[in-house]
Design a protein around this ligand. Structure first.
Ligand code: 9D3
Length: 245
């Protein structure tokens, strides 16, 4: 799995890639991430990447030439690259999009915008995909690129190690997580639920399932609607509704 981040702020993204699971994934060889300075692909003395908008208005627009130059220099064959434009107009990133990207065979290239916009011809001619990470306004695409790489890398086989597989995660399974506890058994008078100390593994599994369903129904009811419930889940949900009466 190979990623490229194209940005005018390469120093913003490099430190994050050099720590923790991401670092291990990269040094381990299952994932590659290269950071490219867009300014290196300008041709003028001042290494200009932005200009005034045609038609007027506030803010600057990123020039098309540096994006075309880097795409044609580094990934000249169209079918070997997937250029992802990061922008507020993109489709919203979620675990499904992460799964889709984790199966990508082409080089995945993120174009990070700054200023108000990127020249429309970059979208029309170069972009294969356009992604937003949610409906809030950021200052650029750099954090979105890191967010997406972070979510995708943990789905690449071998990155997490098999002890904790990403398959069991909340969201990939479509429900929120159940509550977790560690020692001490009583902390400032607050007790760990007895069932977790019982050693009864089927009871524990049922309690966790019920907590997941309860939390999801309470905090994110739309996730319950999307999720395929088993007969047993339906029964547990009825039980939860009964208890809330
Ligand atoms: C009023 C016009 N603004 C759109 C909401 C202009 C604008 C603001 C901020 C254009 C770009 C940006 C910078 N944001 C991104 O490049 C971006 C982003 C985001 O702001 N939120 C969520 N996902 C993303 S992906 C790239």
């Amino acid at each position: 799995m190979n990623f490229h981040i194209v940005t005018i702020f390469p120093d913003m993204v490099r430190p994050y890639l050099g720590e923790s699971i991401l670092k291990r994934a990269i040094t381990g060889g299952s994932v590659g991430v290269q950071v490219h300075n867009l300014r290196d692909y300008t041709e003028d003395k001042h290494r200009t990447t932005d200009d005034y908008p045609y038609g007027g208005g506030a803010g600057m627009v990123m020039k098309p030439e540096p994006f075309f130059r880097i795409a044609e220099d580094l990934w000249p064959t169209k079918w070997k690259r997937r250029i992802v434009l990061l922008s507020p107009q993109g489709r919203i990133f979620d675990q499904g999009v992460a799964r889709e990207l984790s199966m990508e065979e082409r080089e995945v290239v993120f174009f990070c915008g700054r200023y108000e916009a990127i020249d429309e011809r970059v979208r029309e001619e170069l972009a294969d995909d356009e992604i937003s990470i949610g409906d809030y306004v950021l200052t650029g695409g750099e954090l979105p690129a890191l967010v997406i790489i972070d979510a995708v890398v943990r789905l690449v086989p071998g990155v997490l190690g098999d002890a904790r597989s990403s398959v069991e995660d909340s969201f990939s399974c479509g429900l929120l997580d159940y509550p977790h506890y560690t020692r001490p058994e009583i902390f400032r008078g607050m007790k760990v639920p007895g069932v977790l100390l019982s050693g009864n593994h089927s009871e524990i599994a049922r309690w966790r399932r019920k907590q997941s369903l309860k939390r999801t129904a309470e905090k994110r009811p739309q996730l319950i609607e999307k999720y395929m419930l088993s007969c047993k889940d339906e029964k547990i949900l009825e039980e939860i509704k009964e208890e809330l009466k």
